[in-house]
Design a protein around this ligand. Structure first.
Ligand code: XMP
Length: 327
């Protein structure tokens, strides 16, 4: 069995040697727990589920079945990266489900933020349960639970079971190989397992994805404007040394249009709002001081390259009073 609790005297994993010791120990306990049976994992491509996938692939190979659900609200290039890293490079047993239409059809016309979140969370469980139902005889479910999740669930702050809500007849035994690790330790272990830095050190990304940044009722064209502008922002932050320095940065496209001029003609299009913040624990946040030259370059690229956009705004609001996300 995986360790149940973090030993009080456990040293923080900061070096490759410590990560290797942890990894070897986990290989042994994973093999002991699952034997020659199969394990299912919902692989989002986020840090925690990716590290769990890498550990399990190396420990039990094709006995692991990864399911990557694309809900249509992922960032540009994310599903492709999951397929490339896990299927092509690590030779994982990966089921890729493009459920974009299923999600976007359900979300059509829904503008209330909490209803949007519920639909996305509920539909995710349904798609995953459908896939799990097709695979007969799987007894184990792997999860990327980490130590802060356990502490927070003990304090009653949040429930830690990522896949909580699965139908009751799906009675899985859990495999949680990183549950005694802090986030920074997960990253060290992920690097040692050979995952790309862009995956291991990526900025936080909410479960409902770009859905909470396409403010109000999601439409495919406005969602595309969020995705494309986000990709430009990430590319430029990486080029200008801000990747890894700024805690979280992204774009938002609100559901209103304003008048502008494009190619000498009147345009009536959306604005893109840029958000870039620094924080320790996401409870409060400060706005990043973006160099003005970079800002002008971003405005130029976004207004010329992103369809349906004629303005770019920068959000100067700290948390509080603003939250980090818009919904
Ligand atoms: P807020 O907007 O509350 O965000 O200031 C704080 C941090 O939490 C992330 N966030 C979410 N993460 N599901 C998630 O998994 C959500 O529904 C969600 N909402 C916000 C946000 O990106 C930020 O890092």
């Amino acid at each position: 069995m995986c360790d149940e609790r973090r030993p009080n005297d456990m040293e923080r994993i900061t070096t490759p040697e410590q990560a290797d010791d942890f990894i070897e120990h986990q290989y042994a306990s994973i093999r002991e727990q699952v034997g020659d049976r199969k394990v299912l994992l919902a692989l989002s491509g986020g840090v925690d589920s990716s590290v769990v996938a890498a550990l399990l692939i190396k420990a039990i190979g094709k006995q692991l079945v990864c399911v990557h659900v694309n809900h249509g609200l992922l960032r540009k290039g994310e599903p492709e990266q999951v397929i490339d890293v896990f299927r092509n490079q690590m030779r994982a047993n990966l089921i890729y489900v493009d459920a974009t239409d299923r999600f976007l059809d359900k979300l059509a016309g829904v503008s209330d933020p909490e209803t949007k979140r519920k639909i996305i969370g509920g539909e995710f469980i349904k798609v995953f349960a459908d896939e799990a139902g097709k695979l007969k005889g799987i007894k184990f479910l792997a999860q990327g639970t980490i130590w802060p999740d356990i502490l927070e669930s003990e304090k009653g702050i949040k429930a830690h079971h990522n896949a909580g809500g699965l139908p009751e007849d799906m009675d899985f035994e859990l495999v949680e190989p990183i549950k005694i690790l802090y986030k920074d330790e997960v990253r060290v272990v992920g690097e040692r397992l050979g995952l790309p830095k862009s995956m291991v050190y990526r900025q936080p990304f909410p479960g409902p994805g770009l859905g909470v940044r396409c403010v109000g009722a999601i439409t495919r064209d406005r969602l595309e404007a969020v995705r494309e502008s986000d990709a430009i922002l990430r590319e430029e932050f990486a080029k200008h040394g801000l990747e890894g320095k700024v805690w979280q940065y992204f774009t938002v496209v609100p559901d209103f249009k304003s008048t502008g001029i494009k190619d000498g003609k009147r345009s009536f299009e959306w604005p893109v709002i840029i958000r870039a913040v620094n924080t320790k624990d996401a409870m409060t946040a400060e706005v990043e001081d973006i160099p003005f030259e970079l800002m002008k370059h971003l405005v130029n690229r976004i207004t010329t390259e992103v369809k349906g956009v004629n303005r770019v705004l920068y959000d100067f609001t700290p948390k509080p009073t603003g939250t980090i996300e818009y919904e």
